[in-house]
Design a protein around this ligand. Structure first.
Ligand code: ADP
Ligand code: ADP
Length: 223
């Protein structure tokens, strides 16, 4: 369960990106839906602890996020919208480096973990290729693999299927559903069907404000 209370963010140019955001999000697949400029990326960066809110509180699994960023990072996976990767390393080496940052240090545990993530994201056959040679779909799957390092319980994905063709989108969706049992997976999108097909809970935001946040079968606003 992720709880957000009175979160505000105004950028230095005066843009009010988040206005008194209050949310209670359950485990499972949660869709964050809103038009461009609604504040989705700002909210996700804030929840992922890479951007500070001006005010407010966030709690995940009983841990105060802003007071314990290190504790929360161990439980957190994040796929930014503009995910960039180092071109001069193979997929497996990159994952190894990132695993160490997540505290997965033991060599044999690390190898097993990375092998299973590569399999899950269907990248085993290209594990030793440079990520720079990957197609858009492969890069996106790599982004998902890195977001799942360390088995995080809170996974935040900013438009994980952006730029993918329908077949790749379907594959990614199945993957996300298959891992969502013991996690909270928050994904942003502006594609209504994605939310209808995947998510048990939907949060609608517009102009930096929560319009509604409900289980999908209790939505008030038509999607
Ligand atoms: P999207 O609407 O697809 O989520 P945006 O165009 O809002 O993407 O933002 C893309 C990137 O540009 C983000 O990293 C965001 O922080 C940055 N950005 C967006 N608007 C501004 C702005 N007015 N000033 C500076 N950076 C911005
Ligand atoms: P979304 O992801 O829903 O498109 P964003 O969180 O990217 O929304 O943007 C929310 C608002 O904040 C937009 O008006 C955007 O232009 C603005 N914004 C985003 N990032 C920045 C930034 N780094 N500096 C200034 N304004 C920004």
């Amino acid at each position: 369960m992720l709880s957000v209370k009175h979160v505000n963010k105004t950028y230095s140019d005066g843009t009010h990106a988040l206005r008194d955001i209050n949310l209670e999000l359950p485990n499972g697949m949660v869709g964050l839906l809103g038009p461009n400029g609604a504040g989705k990326s700002t909210l996700m960066r804030t929840l992922a602890c890479i951007q500070s809110p001006d005010s407010g509180e966030m709690t995940f699994a009983g841990i105060n996020v802003l007071d314990n960023p290190m504790a929360i990072r161990k439980q957190l996976g994040y796929l930014p919208q503009d995910f960039g990767v180092y071109p001069y390393m193979s997929c497996r080496s990159l994952l190894k480096h990132m695993a160490v940052l997540k505290g997965v240090n033991d060599k044999s545990v690390q190898r097993q973990h990375i092998d299973s993530l590569l399999e899950l994201t269907n990248l085993s056959h290209v594990a030793d290729k440079h990520v720079s040679t990957f197609s858009g779909g492969m890069r996106q799957r790599f982004g998902i693999a890195q977001a799942l390092l360390g088995d995080p319980k809170l996974v935040i994905m900013d438009e994980p299927t952006a730029g993918l063709d329908p077949a790749e989108r379907d594959r990614l969706h199945n993957l996300l559903v298959s891992i969502s049992q013991d996690k909270l997976i928050l994904l942003s999108t502006h594609i209504v069907e994605d939310v209808e097909n995947l998510c048990q809970h939907v949060t609608l935001i517009n102009s930096g404000q929560v319009v509604e946040s409900n289980p999908i079968d209790k939505l008030i606003a038509p999607l």
